[in-house]
Design a protein around this ligand. Structure first.
Ligand code: PXP
Length: 276
């Protein structure tokens, strides 16, 4: 194992600390959730991806689920062909998903556990228990030039197993930390941040790139963003929800203008008829 120094101690030639950068992957699954509520194309995932990139996203993340409840195969094709930033494809370790990933060759694949009855990805991969199953998937994806990430709980044994599986990256599941925030459990949150800090350090020392995500919001992002080994956050549901609040009054205003213009045109047309 090559032991790397912690990125927090990296310094420039002049002795000052190098500015750390943290990538943001925007998960657009729930744009597709909204679209699928009606069918058709609106709201369009590709348009959402372009807007996310315009807003500063370094990459786009999309989870192609076995039941296709949000992202579709066509979404993946369009995103892969048309976005200007890396695509991170989240998927279960199954033969069907492997075939899709090898066909599209996204920048990265994040292997996640998947159960049909769950509302979202609950908990991380059991890498220790499924090491034998995961290894060939990781190897085939890597052979195709795809970076492989494993979505895991911040647990030291799981990190060790992730390195053994040959993964390039681990994404630490921040769901439990974010649930504690919803419960206003400050002590529990501090404990979870500490667990993530230790896990991030261990993963970095094991030669793994460290990402994190799930459930992050404006209120919970900073303690995770501060962890020096973490180089990427993947955030979705909260951002798509916030986009409603950022954009709803503007959308209503535009509809109001179109309606008022139509009424005015109608009134003018009627008065033209009566005066002629
Ligand atoms: N990372 C992974 C691996 C995920 O499965 C998800 C949810 O699809 C996220 C990040 C983003 O979580 P959220 O939508 O809660 O921000």
């Amino acid at each position: 194992m090559t032991v790397q120094s912690s990125p927090v101690s990296s310094r420039t030639d002049s002795g000052t600390r190098a500015l750390r950068t943290l990538r943001l992957g925007v998960n657009i699954d729930h744009v597709a959730t909204l679209r699928n509520a009606r069918g058709g194309w609106h709201p369009d995932t590709l348009r959402a991806a372009h807007l996310a990139i315009e807003g500063g996203a370094d990459g786009i993340t999309a989870h192609l689920r076995e039941d296709r409840r949000h992202i579709s195969d066509q979404d993946i094709t369009r995103l892969k062909n048309e976005i200007t930033r890396p695509l991170n494809l989240e998927m279960a370790a199954t033969d069907e998903m492997l075939e899709i990933a090898l066909r599209h060759v996204p920048n990265a694949c994040c292997l996640v556990p998947e159960r049909r009855e769950e509302r979202t990805t609950e908990g991380g991969l059991d890498v220790v228990g499924s090491l034998k199953l995961l290894k060939p998937y990781v190897a085939k994806l890597k052979d195709a030039g795809i970076r492989v990430s494993l979505f895991i709980e911040p647990d030291l044994k799981t990190i060790e197993a992730s390195a053994q599986a040959g993964a390039d990256i681990v994404e630490l599941h921040t769901g439990r930390y974010c649930h504690l925030a919803l419960d206003h459990d400050a002590m529990g949150m501090a404990r979870e941040v500490e667990r993530h800090a230790k896990a991030a350090q261990a993963a970095y020392l094991a030669g793994l790139e460290v990402h994190a995500g799930h459930g992050l919001t404006y209120n919970t992002v900073a303690p995770i963003a501060k962890l020096p080994e973490v180089v990427e956050l993947n955030i979705g549901h909260f951002l798509i929800g916030e986009a409603i609040f950022g954009g709803l009054s503007q959308a209503v205003r535009r509809m109001r203008v179109l309606m008022d213009e139509a009424c005015l045109a109608d009134t003018r047309a009627r008065s033209a008829v009566t005066t002629s």
